[in-house]
Design a protein around this ligand. Structure first.
Ligand SMILES: Cc1ncc(COP(=O)(O)O)c(C=O)c1O
Length: 402
């Protein structure tokens, strides 16, 4: 046995994460001594709001530094429940026993997959999607089954719900839904979300709903799965503090599910990470008192989205749908790739190298659909958005002339 003999779980990971492009961007910056404009970032560029920082500092000063319950601290679970109850009023409100706090939404997703996926089980994932869903399913010996979303320049992406009925087999354990959506920036039509909910219920498949961008809605209305009074029968709801409160490094997310499910997750948690970070949880207690700051951030991001959209529209080779949610634009670059005979990955790397602009190639969000798209984050200073997209446009014009 050698240290190079890795487990099946670890070798099942095949996808690339966004980190490769951040790495390339750092290298170019260093080697060429230039400032690379970074549209690759998946986090708000603002500091965590003051009230939250103060609450965590206070907790540290008061010595709140030991382990907590695997469920997270009771006050935070209660606060999350009451926040969601005021957002989605119901005759059977969410109780704290139905909430578990986790180290980031990623860990929440991991617990959810770990709880349900056996080797050979199928999990339906819409393509494109956040890369880690499929990777974790594969780690557990499960099989990601993709449904290709449909795209038009006029309407953006739709979930292609008709295909969902056909893709469900006796082996299907879960459907993963993400709304608002990374990487496309879609806020899906509430009727489409309702259809997915109906099918999951009817076919007795668990619906794992990742709503981490729920505050980042610029146009249209977002339908949460928690609005269905019968969510307890089939929903595992995931959310977190990372994006809404600009707390990515704090590592705090949460799950809402019926109490029996949450109890089982806490048993897994106790054996994997014990508990979420104690003083970070105290900070998060102040998060829901910072919703005015969140509102300001959303207004800022709406403006940035508009600027990025207008700038990208100037490029006749790029086709772009104005995103309505999250903080990503996902323009179609298939015409450029066809003419230059390039793969989107090479196109993105060349752009870092030659234009000094980082974007994430859509193929990072498996499987096929993303191969004609680029993801650009607009959680970036407005002047950088103007300059960065101008550089992209120049770069593309140069390529198309060659
Ligand atoms: C759709 C989606 N879900 C989950 C996460 C992970 O969030 P966290 O930082 O809370 O682990 C991200 C982060 O990029 C995301 O885009």
């Amino acid at each position: 046995m050698s240290v190079d003999n890795f487990s099946t779980a670890s070798t099942s990971i095949t996808g690339e994460s966004t980190l490769v492009y951040q790495e390339a961007s750092r290298r170019v910056q260093k080697e060429k001594g230039i400032r690379v404009i970074n549209f690759g970032i998946g986090q708000p560029d603002l500091p965590t709001f003051r009230k939250i920082r103060n609450a965590a500092i206070k907790a540290l000063d008061e010595g709140f530094t030991g382990y907590t319950s695997a469920y997270g601290i009771d006050e935070l679970r209660e606060k999350i429940a009451s926040h969601l109850n005021s957002r989605y009023p119901s005759e059977r409100p969410i109780k704290k026993e139905e909430v578990i706090v986790t180290p980031g939404a990623k860990t929440a997703l991991y617990l959810a997959f770990l709880l349900y996926v056996n080797p050979g089980d199928e999990v339906i994932i819409f393509d494109p999607s956040f890369y880690s869903y499929a990777e974790v399913v594969k780690m557990l010996g499960g099989k990601p089954v993709y449904i290709k979303m449909r795209w038009t320049e006029e309407n953006g992406f739709s979930l292609n719900v008709n295909e969902l009925q056909e893709k469900i087999t006796p082996k299907t354990k879960m459907i993963v839904l993400n709304n608002p959506h990374n990487p496309t920036g879609m806020v899906f039509d509430p009727r489409e979300i309702e259809k997915v909910m109906e099918i999951a219920k009817e076919r007795k498949v668990i619906l794992l709903s990742d709503e981490i961008y729920d505050y980042f809605v610029y146009d249209g209305k977002m339908r949460s799965v928690l609005e269905d009074p019968s969510w307890r029968d089939y929903v595992i709801y995931v959310n977190g503090f990372s994006k809404t409160f600009s707390m990515t490094g704090w590592r705090l997310g949460y799950i809402v599910a019926k109490d029996k499910v949450v109890k089982k997750m806490a048993e897994l948690a106790a054996n994997i990470y014990t508990c979420p970070t104690s003083f970070a949880q105290k900070g998060a207690l102040a998060a829901f008192d910072s919703l005015d700051d969140v509102k300001d951030m959303i207004s800022l991001f709406r403006r940035r989205r508009d600027v990025m959209y207008e700038e990208l529209k100037k490029n006749k080779w790029i086709r772009v749908y104005k995103s309505q949610g999250a903080f990503y634009m996902f323009p179609y670059v298939g015409d450029i790739l066809a003419k230059t005979k390039m793969q989107v990955k090479d196109f993105s790397l060349k752009m870092i190298e030659e234009a000094g602009v980082t974007t994430i190639p859509g193929e990072v969000f498996p499987l096929e659909v993303g191969r004609n798209f680029l993801r650009l984050s607009f959680a970036v200073d407005e002047n950088d958005i103007r300059e960065g997209v101008r550089k992209i446009n120049e770069f593309v014009t140069g390529l198309m002339k060659e």
